[in-house]
Design a binder for this molecule. Structure first.
Ligand code: HEC
Length: 134
């Protein structure tokens, strides 16, 4: 009896011990978090609410051209007026859109009035880091 009781405590404690070994689903800011961020359900609504009024379909980059490039996996050829890539999959630092929403210079920072929330900026960065998937 006593041995069985001690044995069950041992089993219980080893089970608890296993729980502490680090969860495989813990978010990792370096890889953009564990769950895949969807362009159509997460990123596009941010752009539609904050950018499309000026970046519609005429002049400069447009949200619709970006959507087409995301869906067709042709982001590497999509460039802004500056000649820089708007989005370089896996590389926010080489992405003009990320550059402009985080610019320290208020006259360059997008959108021109106010700015995106930290959460929105992180979502866009993590989406790019994950490969800018549709
Ligand atoms: C009120 C109008 C307005 C809004 C809203 C706006 N932009 Fe802009 N954006 C401009 C104008 C005008 C320019 C061109 C002048 C410049 O480069 O600053 C520009 C330029 C840019 C460029 C550089 C384009 C290039 O061809 O190199 C990027 C990238 C950009 N915007 C991203 C965004 C993003 C992302 C948003 C939404 C978060 C946004 N903008 C919202 C007016 C706007």
């Amino acid at each position: 009896m006593k041995i069985q009781f001690l044995f069950s405590i041992f089993v219980f404690l080893s089970f608890i011990g296993c729980q502490d070994e680090g969860s495989p689903v813990s978010p990792n800011p370096n890889n953009g978090g564990s769950s895949n961020i969807s362009y159509s359900s997460t990123i596009l609504p941010i752009l539609n609410a904050n950018c499309v009024s000026c970046h519609g379909s005429s002049g400069g980059w447009s949200v619709s051209a970006l959507t087409t490039a995301v869906n067709n996996r042709t982001l590497m050829s999509l460039r802004g007026a500056s000649g820089d890539r708007l989005i370089t999959p896996n590389d926010p630092a080489q992405s003009e859109i990320y550059d402009r929403i985080t610019d320290d210079n208020p006259s360059r920072r997008m959108p021109p009035s106010g700015s995106l929330t930290t959460e929105q900026i992180n979502l866009i960065r993590n989406w790019i880091t994950q490969g800018a998937n549709p």
